[in-house]
Design a protein around this ligand. Structure first.
Ligand SMILES: *Cc1c(COP(=O)(O)O)cnc(C)c1O
Length: 311
């Protein structure tokens, strides 16, 4: 019988002071990246209650979806290894399945997931778009039997419940709480846990205007806003300005940022401060949602382009 292990305990992460800016503005960062060595940051929060629910329903398998470098895929795989529950990752990109050893060699994220015992199932982009249809879900059940399904990115009600626990006692003192946004699950939990005088700023890591609607599915509160100018061209798109920022930030503060989410977030916060978007005296808390496992994969991709590498 799989055990929930350390997913049962309430854990919290430290707020680390980063720096003061002119106008008495100060920035802190919540080190959710240090929650767990393999299931880092918000993915730990999102999976916690889902794992409990899967065990309660006596499911033996968790099935989920993701792209080839997905933090959610690696986190789910690690949870499978830790708890003993079987995991299946349905991965976008049929071609990746043609030569699995070669794919794993070139992709540290999938290699890690595979080494945790996750069964990888590669599907075409066309099928991937249809992954939530009844017909495709039935196909998956025919192939794999019964499973507990986590959606792509891991966002559902239980994930949002877990993300409420990102904020803890002491965080009331912040005027602004800033976090990266992918599917909107993490920010929804933070909004739900926030005080009415706090403002929550989301920095989407991708283009698209569907995110506000997603967030409104989970919360009716209005003390939040999305800052749309820092996606750097779209999901997993980077430029040398972003990479240079990430490298300088790490050198100066000894805190690694990932290029897909947290790098864009912290770049955006610094830029918004510089542009005078925060009132004098603001106390700002940035959430380090983790994602550091993804750096290796992106670095491999960068080395093929003419971009600086992440140190
Ligand atoms: C997945 C992820 C996010 C986005 O979280 P959502 O709940 O999908 O909005 C942010 N940061 C990191 C590091 C992530 O891995």
């Amino acid at each position: 019988m799989p055990a929930a292990l350390n997913f049962e305990i309430d854990i919290s992460s430290e707020n680390q002071f980063i720096t003061d800016f002119p106008n008495n503005i100060s920035l802190f960062i919540k080190r959710e990246d240090q929650l767990h060595p393999e299931v880092s940051g918000n993915k730990f929060r999102k999976i916690k209650y889902n794992l409990q629910e899967a065990l309660r329903q006596r499911k033996e398998t968790i099935l989920t979806f993701g792209g080839a470098y997905s933090n959610h895929i690696t986190a789910t795989a690690a949870v499978g290894k830790i708890s003993g529950i079987k995991t299946i990752g349905v991965i976008r990109g049929e071609e990746l399945g043609e030569d699995l050893p070669k794919t794993l060699e070139g992709n540290p994220s999938l290699k890690f997931a595979y080494s945790c015992g996750m069964q990888l199932h590669f599907i075409s982009r066309q099928q991937y778009r249809e992954k939530t249809t009844d017909a495709f879900q039935q196909k998956l059940r025919d192939k794999f039997g019964d499973f507990y399904m986590l959606p792509e990115g891991g966002t559902n009600e239980l994930a949002v419940k877990g993300c409420k626990e990102i904020l803890g006692p002491g965080d009331e003192e912040f005027d602004y709480i800033c976090c990266a946004v992918g599917t909107g699950g993490t920010i929804s939990g933070i909004i739900k846990a926030s005080g009415k005088d706090q403002r929550i700023l989301g920095f989407p890591a991708l283009k698209g205007d569907f995110l506000s609607e997603e967030i409104r599915k989970y919360t009716y509160k209005n003390n939040w806003e999305l800052i749309l100018n820092y996606h750097f061209g779209g999901y997993a798109k980077v430029n040398s300005e972003l990479i240079n920022f990430i490298n300088k930030f790490k050198k100066k503060y000894q805190i690694p940022l990932d290029p897909i989410y947290t790098g864009k977030l912290v770049f955006g916060i610094f830029d918004q401060i510089k542009k005078g978007e925060f009132p004098a005296g603001s106390k700002i808390l940035a959430i380090h949602t983790g994602g550091l496992q993804g750096i290796a994969g992106v670095s491999k991709a960068l080395s093929k382009k003419n971009l600086p590498l992440i140190n």
